[in-house]
Design a protein. Structure first.
Length: 138
């Protein structure tokens, strides 16, 4: 049904509510824990709801072009291990930002929470500080 509605550009249908909300955002903040090498499945379902060709992005002869108005997207996450440069959650949201035409991507990773639980409050405080700094620019 969703694809049928999209094919006739009936983007006012309720199934596109989240995509319309996402497209109209000035800035986007996404927060989720690092979960099984990525993020929780519920967030993946959200991505499927906002990834609507013809509404949040479209294709031209030379590739994909984003149609979202947000100036930036920040991804906030936490995990028991240290941050890896190829974190799937971070890479996914960085690539989605580009696909949706959002020019600036930032992320904060509160990592190492399980390596030394006594340092968890300090790690979280530092990550919250970085998130607050990002928030001031939003």
């Amino acid at each position: 049904e969703r694809e049928a509605l999209a094919s006739i550009e009936a983007f006012d249908a309720p199934v596109f509510d989240l995509a319309r909300q996402f497209r109209g955002a000035d800035c986007v903040a996404v927060a989720a824990p690092f979960w099984d090498l990525s993020f929780p499945a519920a967030l993946r379902i959200y991505i499927e709801h906002i990834s609507v060709c013809g509404l949040c992005y479209h294709y031209e002869a030379d590739g994909c072009r984003g149609d979202c108005g947000a100036a930036r997207l920040a991804y906030l996450t936490s995990g028991g291990d240290v941050e890896k440069p190829d974190s799937l959650g971070v890479l996914t949201w960085k690539q989605l930002s580009a696909m949706f035409g959002i020019p600036r991507f930032d992320h904060v990773f509160a990592g190492g929470l399980d390596l030394d639980p006594e340092k968890a409050p300090e790690i979280m405080a530092a990550a919250c500080g970085r998130a607050r700094e990002l928030g001031r620019a939003f």
